[in-house]
Write a protein that binds this ligand. Structure first.
Ligand code: DX5
Ligand code: ZN
Length: 215
């Protein structure tokens, strides 16, 4: 299981130290939530912050774009040093173009779906992408309650991949409400990458929290 700490719940005045702290716990990925106050009601950070994180860390930067029409800002995030860019299916009409641009740049592309979006909606893109991000909360905030019914989507994705290994190579990532209580069910459903924000950064022992997710 890959663990991708989400910095959404860190003390941003100590961002560099917090990233170093999870890096010292052995994580390989860092999950960065970009929100535009439009696709989701909340607003977070963008290119300058990601660019600075890139300068201080060699972790895989997993950039989760919760923004409308991500095609308009794609180049910014590629230039900032994202390794993997995940866009929302619900946020754009230009998914095929976006896949082309990101692949041309040599970076990885993911598609995310909100809880009310069926996983069948993205079936036509699955042979072209590196990752599917299943939201297990409504995107917008950290610290919400995990929606266990989202694991049905994970199971479908896993079985589609198993039945079509020549065409499908996507990783399955889940985001929202992950903790030590649900990680076993999450793992058993077929998830490859878990995002965890408040469970890690609100704990008093990051190493313990992270290792409880590395099943
Ligand atoms: C929510 C974000 C998540 C968030 C997860 O819209 O996409 O990445 O940080 O936070 P927790 O783990 O606290 O649910
Ligand atoms: Zn996220």
């Amino acid at each position: 299981m890959i663990v991708a700490p989400s910095i959404l719940s860190v003390d941003f005045s100590r961002l560099g130290d917090e990233i170093k702290a999870v890096e010292d716990c052995g994580v390989k990925w860092l999950h960065l939530d970009v929100m535009d106050g439009h696709f989701v009601p909340n607003l977070t950070y963008g290119r300058p912050v990601i660019k600075n994180i890139r300068l201080l860390s060699s972790l895989l930067l997993d950039v989760h774009l919760m923004i409308s029409e991500p095609e308009k800002l794609l180049q910014d995030f590629l230039d900032a040093g994202a390794d993997l860019i995940t866009i929302h299916y619900e946020a754009t009409q230009k998914i095929a173009d976006i896949i082309g641009i990101i692949q041309k740049s040599g970076k990885k592309i993911g598609i995310s779906i909100k809880p009310n979006t069926p996983v069948e909606s993205i079936k036509n893109f699955l042979d072209k992408i590196d990752l599917v991000l299943i939201m297990s909360v409504e995107p917008g905030w950290g610290g919400q309650k995990f929606m266990p019914e989202m694991l049905e989507k994970v199971k479908k994705l896993k079985s589609w991949r198993e039945n079509n290994p020549e065409n499908y190579h996507y990783l399955i990532e889940i985001d929202g409400g992950i903790n030590d209580k649900n990680i076993l069910d999450v793992k058993n459903s077929g998830v490859d990458v878990v995002v965890a924000g408040s469970y890690i950064f609100k704990s008093d022992n990051y190493k313990k929290a992270i290792s409880s997710l590395h099943l």
